[in-house]
Write a protein that binds this ligand. Sequence first.
Ligand code: AMP
Length: 289
Amino acid sequence: MSILTKTKIITKKEELQALTTNLKKEHKVIGFVPTMGYLHEGHRALLKEARANNEIVILSIFVNPLQFGPTEDLDSYPRDFDRDLLVACEEQVDYLFYPTVEEMYPDTPSVTVKVHTRTNVLCGSSRPGHFDGVATVLTKLFHLVQPNHAYFGQKDAQQVAVVHGLIEDFHFPIKLIAVNTVREEDGLAKSSRNVRLSQEERKEAGILYQSLAAAREELIKGNNQLDDLIAHLKDKVEKESSGIVDYLEILTYPALEKINQPSGKVIVAIAVQFKKARLIDNIIFDLSM
Ligand code: AMP
């Protein structure tokens, strides 16, 4: 019989900061996993990594309005707190921070964080202000949680790159740990938004990963006609699914710069808009190996 940890729920920021200040006085090593909830195997991978390497594991669940654009899915973002709490207990999370929007943003913010680099590509260009919202909420959460280690999924590779910049520029004494993308059997990256796909769309959605893998194969073979390759793959995704490709880009990683001659570490990233869900995925590989 497995013994479930009793995860303690904290909703108030003062309570969380007082707790972590005491934990720091005791020199406890804190691992932090920030999420928007509706937890799945991808989140579990982050929690397991945190559990294995920290004395205290803190999970946050907060659907952050600041990172959603006016026409995006803030209101319809999937939520299920009871199930998330069960996952937190199963993954032996010590504390679950679950604030309301009013708790995090009692007033219109007087200060927000602006991300200046790596935002003119991928989700940065198609979701203006998104990474400013992410960086702002993480700055607040990092001050409350005071973690030694913060865990992020490589599925959101641009977010990982942006958070690296945030930690470095703002001198947070935090080590960022990037965790590999967890996928379904057909390659579809696990995502809270997958539940918003229709049955038909779910069958089609494996095409995202297939197109990334096809791009990788072509680049490894030495294909350097990137514009043609991208156009061909976009066309294939749109022919073989009902989704509309928001972007399919091949860039350097982690700088996320345009490539003339493919070499070194490369990211191929895709975003596809289905009827009620916008899905993203990427793969990163090294052409010099
Ligand atoms: P979210 O709740 O979507 O904001 O995600 C919270 C964290 O989980 C982020 O760092 C994501 O990159 C990570 N994550 C989401 N999906 C996956 C996945 N399929 N594999 C690994 N990490 C993931």
